[in-house]
Structures are given as structure tokens and as C-alpha cells.
Design a protein around this ligand. Structure first.
Ligand SMILES: CC(C)(COP(=O)(O)OP(=O)(O)OC[C@H]1O[C@@H](n2cnc3c(N)ncnc32)[C@H](O)[C@@H]1OP(=O)(O)O)[C@@H](O)C(=O)NCCC(=O)NCCS
Length: 163
């Protein structure tokens, strides 16, 4: 497994809100990561409606992003993605903590998400942070050979293990 580069203990990535100028790069990462990617327009809409959109940056630019919608004490994690070449270094986990901590800061108690049944890396990450399986949405996702089920997860933020 790859490990984070030795930067004296601090990881060499940081987080900031997504901006309109980031969208071409974000959409390019999206297309490289998903078989059925969101368009740049969808990310633009997420910014316009005030969803919590974060990017993670390294010295070479944007390496990932997260999108969360929140309201009435609940939030939905709508997207979480790390550049393929930079996976398994802890960026995804840090990004997830960053967005969940922001959610906690605005009074969110429960976070929900859906994940493709075949997406073992994402499910392993979510379960490591305490997300619990709530159920299955049959045929929720488009797939090359028909439809694919979604596993629905929930995390009570109070149960989030310390980073
Ligand atoms: C899911 C994703 C964001 C994880 O990002 P990442 O930076 O590789 O994640 P991390 O390095 O922080 O991994 C954290 C933990 O997740 C789990 N994990 C991550 N990738 C994994 C893999 N390929 N296989 C099994 N477990 C994996 C492990 O438990 C890992 O901890 P460890 O490295 O100490 O074993 C990344 O794989 C990705 O962008 N996938 C494509 C987009 C996507 O599917 N997003 C989720 C949509 S619901």
C-alpha cells in the first residue's frame, strides 16, 4: 500500500471551498473516476444552491473533492472523489473527515449516502468511519449492463471516531 510522503508528520494536502474556477479540473477528475460522471453543469448547480463543496489540493493542484447537501439537521454526501494516481494515501479519509467536521459545525446530526454495491473501496472507507448500512435501493444507478443497486448508509455524527 502506498503511504503519505514524509512531510515531517503533516500531510501535504489541504482543503478549501470549491470555486467556479475549479470546475473544469473537478469535472475532468470526475470523468476519469466514474463510468457515469456528473457534468460540469451539475457541479456548478451544486455551488449555486449552496451545497458544501470542498476541494483538496496538493502542490500539483486539485486532487479531489466532496459535495454535501445539508439542512434540518441532516446531510447527504453526494460525491467524494480522489484523483486515481493519488489514492490509498489517506486523502479520501481526510477529505471525508473535513466535510463531516464541517457538517458537524453547522448542526448536522445524521449523514446519509448511497454507494454502488460494487464499490468496495468506498464502502470500506465509509464503514471504517462508522457509517452503518440502512438498506438497499434496487436498481438505483445506471450501469453498462442494466441497473445497479445502491447501498444506503447513515452515520450519526456523534459516533464519528476521532481522526
Ligand atoms: C473512495 C475513494 C474516495 C477513497 O479515496 P482514497 O484517497 O483512496 O482513500 P484513503 O487512502 O483515504 O483510504 C482510506 C481507507 O479506505 C479504504 N480503502 C480505500 N481504497 C480502498 C481499496 N481500493 N480497497 C479496499 N479498501 C480501500 C481502506 O480502509 C483505507 O484505509 P487503509 O489505506 O488504511 O487501508 C477513492 O477510491 C475514489 O475516489 N474512488 C472513485 C470515486 C468513488 O467511487 N467515490 C465514492 C462514491 S460513493
Amino acid at each position: 500500500m502506498a503511504t503519505a510522503p514524509d512531510t515531517g508528520g503533516a500531510p501535504d494536502w489541504r482543503f478549501r471551498p470549491m470555486r467556479s474556477a475549479d470546475l473544469p479540473r473537478v469535472a475532468a477528475l470526475e470523468r476519469a473516476s466514474y463510468a457515469f460522471p456528473w457534468s460540469e453543469r451539475i457541479f456548478d448547480d451544486c455551488l449555486r444552491v449552496g451545497y458544501h463543496c470542498l476541494v483538496v489540493e496538493t502542490d500539483t493542484g486539485i486532487a479531489g473533492y466532496a459535495v454535501l447537501s445539508a439542512g434540518a439537521g441532516e446531510a447527504h454526501l453526494l460525491n467524494l472523489c480522489v484523483e486515481q494516481a493519488l489514492r490509498r494515501r489517506g486523502i479520501g479519509r481526510d477529505l471525508l473527515y473535513a466535510v463531516l467536521n464541517r457538517a458537524q459545525g453547522i448542526g448536522v446530526r445524521d449523514v446519509f449516502l448511497e454507494v454502488r454495491r460494487s464499490n468496495r473501496p468506498a464502502m470500506t472507507l465509509y464503514e471504517a468511519l462508522g457509517f452503518e448500512r440502512l438498506g438497499v435501493r434496487r436498481g438505483y444507478y445506471q450501469a453498462h449492463d442494466g441497473r445497479e443497486d445502491a447501498i444506503v448508509y447513515r452515520l450519526e455524527l456523534g459516533a464519528l471516531p476521532p481522526r
